[in-house]
Write a protein that binds this ligand. Structure first.
Ligand code: DQA
Length: 143
């Protein structure tokens, strides 16, 4: 099964970005990790990142058309992008929302996710292992 792992703004800077919050593994390291975990689950994983809301919405449209399962870290868009939520609502295969940190334990503005209500489920707070768990969720759901 093919799975898209989509990452929103600033996640391309993993490793150098606030390492106390997001860890010191680079974005390239995340891509490698998702590939390996995916392979172990018999998933064909494609990992992408963009800082551009329009590009992320476009990728979701494609996933909706193809009925591709999606693991999505919407990053800051989580908290305010109704355009992203509306794109997510069109998906026909499982959508797993992931966060590296636990937004519920952080600033007030991070406590709201406009995506959560249209996701199959959410995994947050386990560092990069959140992605491992999300891929496992996809594997379980599509089995
Ligand atoms: C994040 C949490 C968001 O609040 C933040 O804006 C991010 C990353 C996470 O993975 O913990 O960019 O989605």
């Amino acid at each position: 099964t093919r799975v898209l792992v989509l990452n929103g703004p600033n996640l391309g800077r993993l490793g150098s970005r606030e390492p106390d919050v997001y860890g010191d593994t680079s974005y390239a390291g995340l891509v490698e990790r998702c590939g390996k975990v995916g392979a172990s689950l018999d998933l064909e994983v494609e990992v992408r990142q963009t800082d551009d809301e329009a590009e992320l919405v476009h990728w979701l449209h494609t996933a909706a058309d193809d009925a591709t399962p999606v693991v999505l870290n919407p990053a800051a868009f989580t908290h305010y992008s109704y355009a992203l939520r509306d794109a997510c609502a069109q998906l026909r295969a499982p959508l797993i929302e992931v966060h590296i940190s636990n937004p519920a334990a952080r600033e007030e503005f991070r406590h709201t996710s406009v995506v959560a209500g249209v996701a199959t489920g959410t995994i947050a707070g386990f560092g990069l292992a959140s992605y491992d768990l999300a891929l496992r969720a996809v594997a379980t759901l599509v089995a």
